[in-house]
Design a protein around this ligand. Structure first.
Ligand code: PAF
Length: 286
């Protein structure tokens, strides 16, 4: 696996792929890799001739009070895991490269980016849209792979790609879960053993929403079913639970299985904020 740190190194690697007629799959990450990331690498390897993974903890998607400083940085373990998973290249830029002094461009996805995550974390999608645009311009991938775990992020990125005519395909891969249903996340490592046990309540809450998703049931009924389950986990403090249209993310009036919906959940568990979602109607393979 080639480790690319500078713009010339990346450009040279990308030009070699183009010269060989290779399609390039791209998995953007912030490191602290887990099986969910490695599934994205596997999906990319299956779909594309060459796979490049980026590791960059992006400062612009964190507010000053958030966990940018303590976000886990596990480069050695990540590089080894990527090598074992068969990634062809690791793009590992530094801050100077991604945000050269004097940069002032902004990328906004003002409607879908302002909902849900955008209410609690107003800066978040500005930072994601900016860094993902930069990464797409740098890597010029044929396909880019994201996890369904960050459902709203995938909607925002798809919107951005469509609106800006970015010449790539966004591929969304299923959420990878622990045995008790907890969605894999780099932030799970912040949890104490007791918190880790309570964290299973996110999935149980979403399952309660899914079980209530009968044709014609109101969005409010689905939300209330989830909230009743969440109340059984007193450590989990609700940020939001929404049942939304799968593409526009607007809250649904009533559930139509043809259109489908997505149940979006964010909770605080001590100082850690966790998010998860289920696409409805829910099928267990998800
Ligand atoms: O999902 C993430 O890990 C990040 O938001 C991303 C897409 C790598 C941008 O920093």
């Amino acid at each position: 696996m080639k480790v690319l740190r500078t713009l010339p190194e990346l450009r040279q690697w990308r030009a070699q792929q183009a010269a060989q007629g290779h399609s390039v799959g791209f998995v953007p990450t912030m490191g602290a890799l887990h099986s969910g990331h490695l599934q994205l690498v596997a999906a990319s390897r299956q779909a594309c001739d060459a796979t490049v993974v980026s590791i960059f903890v992006n400062p612009t998607q964190f507010a000053p009070h958030e966990d940018f400083g303590k976000y886990p940085r596990t480069y050695e373990a990540d590089a080894l895991a990527l090598q074992t998973a068969g990634a062809d290249a690791l793009f590992y830029p530094d801050m100077e490269m991604m945000y050269p002094p004097g940069g002032e461009i902004e990328i906004r996805v003002p409607r879908t980016g302002a909902l849900y995550e955008g209410i609690t974390r107003p800066h978040f999608f500005h930072g994601v849209a900016l860094v993902v645009t930069k990464l797409f311009n740098l890597v010029q991938p044929t396909k880019a792979f994201f996890g369904q775990k960050d459902y709203q992020q995938t909607v925002v990125i798809r919107r951005m790609v469509a609106d800006l005519f970015m010449p790539l395909e966004v591929v969304v891969c299923p959420t990878v879960r622990e045995a008790d249903g907890l969605a894999m996340s780099s932030r799970n490592r912040y949890l104490s053993p007791e918190q880790r046990a309570s964290a299973a309540g996110l999935y149980q809450t979403l399952l309660a929403v899914a079980n209530a998703a009968q044709p014609g049931a109101s969005g409010e009924t689905l939300t209330q079913a989830g909230l009743a389950k969440l109340a059984q986990y007193p450590d989990l403090k609700l940020d939001y639970l929404a049942v939304a249209h799968p593409l526009t993310l607007e809250p649904i009036g009533s559930f139509d299985p043809e259109t489908g919906a997505v149940a979006l959940l964010a909770v605080f568990l001590g100082a850690t904020r966790l998010i998860d979602n289920l696409v409805l109607p829910f099928r267990l393979a998800e």
